[in-house]
Design a binder for this molecule. Structure first.
Ligand code: UDP
Length: 236
């Protein structure tokens, strides 16, 4: 598998073409950003930890019947993935009130949704700051078909259920997280990454934050908490 030119560089990852047009190499950087790119910094070895955490979670989801773009881990910072046509809709699942939901709706941080998770859609657009949207926007503006939206919803709920269990076994509460999907040979696959960059993860006993909120709000010990998540997931 030959690594060819860069085709995309985002805030935390780089995508390279390979000699196989169907496959890309996803490289994980240490760069961190928050608040739509307004805050920037570095989390030492984040790329290595997120690559391994993400690989392990994609493997777990695949073992449980979720279709993802993950093919295999290549080295400390790179994974081989299927080349997706990204659907520009971010799917957020929430099990506990935090972040944007508290700000928008005045809900107290930490309220647990034990009946069902809250699912939200956002339009993936950096210039617009990823505004919140609903199914009607997705349909009218043609970002995904009605059938695809049903897949996003059912896959989102299934991934949430599996990930809540996965993290609970490791004494971590999955507060909320963001998923991205894409089209590949007539199927909708889960893409992007699943790591403490795009999930809120709290210590089950103490509610201590173990995710990018430590960077967002300068809570300190960022690397230490990413490392703890890495150890709990990857050192089995
Ligand atoms: N999230 C993300 N990328 C985004 C927006 C949100 O990974 O562009 C994740 C975020 O880390 C959190 C969840 O989605 O785990 C919900 O985020 P929220 O809507 O509360 O936004 P925030 O306040 O974090 O910007």
């Amino acid at each position: 598998m030959e690594k060819l030119e860069k085709i995309y560089e985002g805030k935390a990852k780089i995508l390279h073409k390979t000699s196989d047009p169907d496959l890309l190499i996803q490289y994980f950087k240490d760069d961190a950003s928050a608040f739509n790119g307004k805050k920037k910094g570095t989390i030492v070895d984040k790329g290595v930890m997120n690559n391994h955490i993400s690989s392990r979670i994609f493997e777990y989801l695949e073992e449980n019947g979720v279709k993802t773009h993950f093919v295999k881990s290549l080295n400390d910072r790179e994974m081989l993935v299927k080349n997706l046509e990204i659907i520009p809709v971010e799917v957020v699942l929430r099990n506990v009130a935090a972040g944007g939901l508290c700000k928008r709706l005045g809900i107290e941080e930490g309220r647990i949704f034990d009946e069902q998770p809250v699912m939200e859609f956002f339009y993936k657009s950096d210039p617009l700051g990823d505004p919140m949207i609903n199914e009607c926007h997705v349909d009218v503006f043609g970002w995904a078909t009605k059938e695809e939206v049903e897949i996003l919803k059912s896959a989102g709920l299934r991934v949430n259920k599996l990930m809540v269990e996965f993290f609970k076994e490791r004494k971590i509460r999955l507060v909320d997280f963001k998923l991205e999907f894409g089209r590949h040979k007539g199927e909708v696959l889960l893409g992007d990454e699943i790591s403490p960059d795009g999930c809120r993860l709290w210590d089950w006993e103490t509610n201590e934050k173990m995710d990018k909120d430590r960077f967002r709000f300068d809570l300190g010990r960022v690397e230490e908490k990413y490392q703890q998540v890495y150890d709990l997931i990857c050192a089995e």
